[in-house]
Design a protein around this ligand. Structure first.
Ligand code: F6P
Length: 547
């Protein structure tokens, strides 16, 4: 694997960006646009179904050139090749990182330890297609012979957020005669509400877990089995009502699901990069195999772009570098994702895991502490225009620097007259208002009383990137969008020299929870050996629960 040694903040390219920031930091977007009437067109990229305008960011052509020099110094191109070639860039788990192989075309070759994985990927896709087709057509029946009408995906994190987000995004393409729900939380409410009013004889559970040991998923899966078998009264019903998606065949069998009903994926697919693997089975049942393959084609097109486009035309690289500019040189802590599309209402939750679990790291790939630069941002947001009536106030007039991605669509999914133009007018107006604001002079000229002028002034200069999709949301477009963000995250993680593909930070809480469970359950007085706060909270919980 080619790598450039040393902390990036010590590189000349990094220092050049620090100096450049000192020179340009007081420049307002108003000035940048006034100086360059062509800026809107010049600072944009047209890639596949996306037109991306990044001109309303606090940067110049020179900023981008310096950022690209940093990417070259980090050997980003070498990193991209290493990932696509299947090198073991997940160094702490000694694994390849090959979600891109999940969408490789039939006949391509991608090797892991000398084994071509593409035929395996397509064998599973074919099995998924056959299964999804049988459920959709009614050929796959429940234990009593009834048709399956409800599909419940049980999983958490990457085994939930991807399929749940994509199902919501592509609802318009789904089989409306069926219901689809997603149970992740170990709070029994999630399960109870998902099965409320459902007939177990018509319900199929897809248990998704890479490890098949995750506490929340296994607890919900056992509850689902009980719910199903209590109604159907026969252990054989499991074979018709439960299928598994996992890398762990032994645990799947132990749970009681025959491996004939298991759909496999591999340790070189990270959980948060997995919904285009068999983890997307519920989505495939919903939108059909053709829709799923169309989505894979969208992923693949963005993969090819990322792998082959030069840095200056490379969309994921450009978005990654802009994000790095704000976090490392301008002091931003967060990144807002604001889709102007109701179908994308879960996109930000999905991207939270993708970005924050990947790049929320503070040691580099070699294990050295990162002390003098920022890694991944806090990702947040909700669909517009709802956010406009809630938290946009802070973006416009608060004290924080918040780079925002606005995602809009040229065509509506439902053409109901004026709605789409209203939606998109709001999207575009917000980016305009954020960039250019309204000066005190402009406010005064409207006759506003002097005491109110400061309150009604918008300083502007708030950075936004607008992703304008040339059509409506489709499976293919969704694939392009998700791959774009996957590769943006890769770009940043590579330059920060972190391992974007492990997640050791989730372990400690899991271990401590396992220790606390018996202390909450026991009827004896437990011997509590936590800190004073945790001990007291456990005592109070036990007392309130008994009362
Ligand atoms: O706890 C975090 C995590 O390991 C995620 O990375 C993963 O997506 C999720 O849990 C679920 O894991 P699994 O698919 O093994 O149940």
């Amino acid at each position: 694997m080619s790598e450039t040694n040393g902390t990036p903040s010590a590189w000349d390219e990094w220092k050049a960006l620090e100096r450049h920031h000192a020179e340009v930091s007081d420049r307002h977007l108003r000035d940048l646009f006034a100086e360059d009437p062509d800026r809107g067109r010049r600072l944009s990229l047209d890639v596949l179904d996306l037109y991306v305008d990044f001109s309303k960011n606090r940067l110049t052509g020179e900023t981008l050139e310096l950022l690209r020099a940093l990417a070259r110094r980090a050997d980003l191109a070498g990193g991209i090749e290493a990932m696509f070639r299947g090198e073991k860039i997940n160094v702490t788990e000694n694994r390849a990182v090959l979600h891109t192989a999940l969408r490789a075309p039939r006949g391509a070759t991608v090797e892991v330890d000398g084994h071509d994985v593409v035929p395996d990927v397509h064998a599973v896709l074919d099995r998924m297609g056959a299964f999804a087709g049988r459920v959709r057509s009614g050929d796959w029946r429940g234990h009593t012979g009834k048709r399956i009408r409800n599909v419940i995906n049980i999983g958490i994190g990457g085994s939930d957020l991807g399929p749940a987000m994509a199902y919501e995004a592509l609802r318009a393409f789904s089989d409306r005669s069926m219901t689809f729900s997603f149970v992740s939380n170990v709070d029994a409410t999630a399960f109870a509400e998902a099965v409320h009013g459902l007939d177990p004889a018509e319900t199929l559970f897809i248990i998704c877990s890479k490890t098949f040991t995750t506490l929340e998923t296994m607890t919900n899966a056992r509850t689902a089995r009980r719910w199903c078998l209590e109604a159907l009264g026969d252990d054989d019903a499991v074979a018709r009502h439960f299928v598994a998606v996992s890398t762990n065949a032994a645990e799947v069998s132990k749970f009681g699901i025959h491996t004939d009903n298991m759909f496999e994926f591999w340790d070189w697919v990270g959980g948060r990069y997995s919904y285009d693997s068999a983890i997307g089975l519920s989505l495939m049942v919903a939108i059909g195999p053709d829709g799923f393959h169309d989505m894979l084609a969208g992923f693949r097109a963005m993969d090819e772009h990322f792998r082959t486009a030069p840095l200056e035309h490379n969309l994921p690289v450009t978005l990654g570098l802009i994000g790095l500019w704000y976090g490392d040189f301008c002091g931003a802590q967060t990144q807002a994702i604001l889709p102007y599309n109701q179908y994308l209402w879960r996109l930000t939750s999905y991207l939270q895991q993708l970005d924050m679990e990947s790049n929320g790291k503070s040691v580099d790939r070699g294990g050295a502490a990162i002390t003098d630069y920022q890694t991944g941002p806090i990702v947040w947001g909700q669909p517009g225009t709802n956010g406009q009536h809630a938290y946009y106030q802070l973006i416009h007039q608060g004290t924080k620097l918040i780079p925002c991605d606005f995602i809009g669509f040229a065509r509506p999914s439902h053409d109901l007259g004026v709605h789409h133009e209203l939606l998109m007018a709001n999207c575009l107006a917000q980016t305009e208002a954020l960039a250019f604001g309204k000066t005190a002079e402009e406010v005064r000229a409207e006759g506003v009383p002097e005491a109110q002028v400061p309150h009604r002034t918008f300083r502007g200069n708030h950075p936004t990137t607008t992703l304008l999709v040339k059509k409506e949301i489709t499976p293919n477009v969704l694939g392009q969008l998700v791959a774009l963000y996957e590769h943006k995250v890769f770009t940043q993680g590579w330059i920060w020299r972190i391992n974007s593909f492990d997640q050791w930070g989730v372990e400690l809480g899991k271990v401590l929870a396992e220790r606390i469970v018996p202390e909450l359950q026991t009827t004896e007085e437990p011997d509590l050996r936590h800190d004073a706060s945790t001990n007291e909270l456990i005592r109070r919980f036990r007392a309130f629960r008994r009362a």
